[in-house]
Design a protein around this ligand. Structure first.
Ligand code: SF4
Length: 259
């Protein structure tokens, strides 16, 4: 929960900041300006208040879901709206407090993953998509796996072969993307109902925000050689994420892994 608190705290600060700006405009312009201008400001203030009310609803939904580990379907749209609208504000507020962006991204991915995990619908394996970054392939390998992943001979020198084996075992489509555009194309073409994405915190964050309202479970890659070069990933985390969707929830994942 500690990691999640950072994003939630900044989200609360962003909400307060927006409310403060609204109060400032109310006190500065609305109360002083007589005549028609007053009514224009009233209209603007009411519109912003309505947006703030939806954001507050979304924020409450996020907190309730995280604290109770339950899904609140009727709050899903306000929650998605809150995250999409406030994420850029959260990053700026974080900058004011000198908090590194990658820390915020890590916290956001944690919050997102828990929000996805409180859902427990079961998916057909072919409705799920596993998205992998090209940097998982070792630089010494000359197989062209982004255009056709069957070119991978699963030699075991990098994690790609192991993940392809997992996807074959569970019958889940997989794509290896060199960047956001190829990943977006794969999502558009395959129209999955959920995604398991492996990437760094930065790419996971932009991918998750791009895919809203699609549920995305993010698995952060390990970068022992620096960013974007011969990265690694925990295969068990990838398998657990796949099973979460195709077995329908955390409890069934544990049963499946222990059997
Ligand atoms: S598993 Fe082997 S063949 Fe496949 S991408 Fe990695 S190094 Fe290349």
């Amino acid at each position: 929960m500690i990691k999640k608190r950072l994003f939630l705290g900044l989200l609360a600060c962003s909400l307060l900041l927006m409310a403060g700006i609204l109060a400032y405009f109310f006190l500065t312009f609305f109360r002083r300006d007589p005549g028609v201008l007053r009514y224009i400001f009233l209209g603007v203030i009411l519109a912003v208040l309505a947006v703030l009310a939806v954001i507050l609803l979304g924020f409450s939904g996020i907190l309730l879901s995280l604290l109770s580990d339950r899904e609140f379907l009727f709050l899903e749209k306000p929650m998605n709206f809150t995250v999409s609208l406030l994420y850029p504000v959260v990053v700026r507020v974080g900058r004011l407090f000198k908090i590194a962006q990658d820390k915020i991204q890590r916290s956001f991915v944690e919050v997102n993953n828990q929000l996805v995990r409180v859902r427990c619908g079961r998916l057909k394996p072919d409705r799920l998509l596993v998205l992998l970054p090209h940097c998982l392939q070792t630089a010494e390998c000359n197989k062209r796996i982004t255009s056709d992943q069957s070119n991978c001979i699963r030699c075991g020198r990098c994690p790609v072969g192991g993940i392809l084996n997992l996807c074959d075992r569970y019958g889940v489509p997989v794509r290896i993307a060199t960047g956001g555009t190829l990943a977006r194309d794969a999502v558009k073409k395959l129209q999955p109902q959920a995604i398991v994405a492996v990437a760094c915190e930065r790419d996971l964050t932009s991918g998750i925000l791009d895919c809203i309202p699609l549920p995305v479970l993010g698995v952060t890659n390990e970068r022992p050689n620096g960013p974007c070069y011969n990265t690694a990933v925990n295969l068990q985390s990838v398998e657990e994420s796949i099973l979460f969707f195709i077995k329908g929830g955390e409890k069934n994942v544990r049963l499946n892994l222990s059997s």
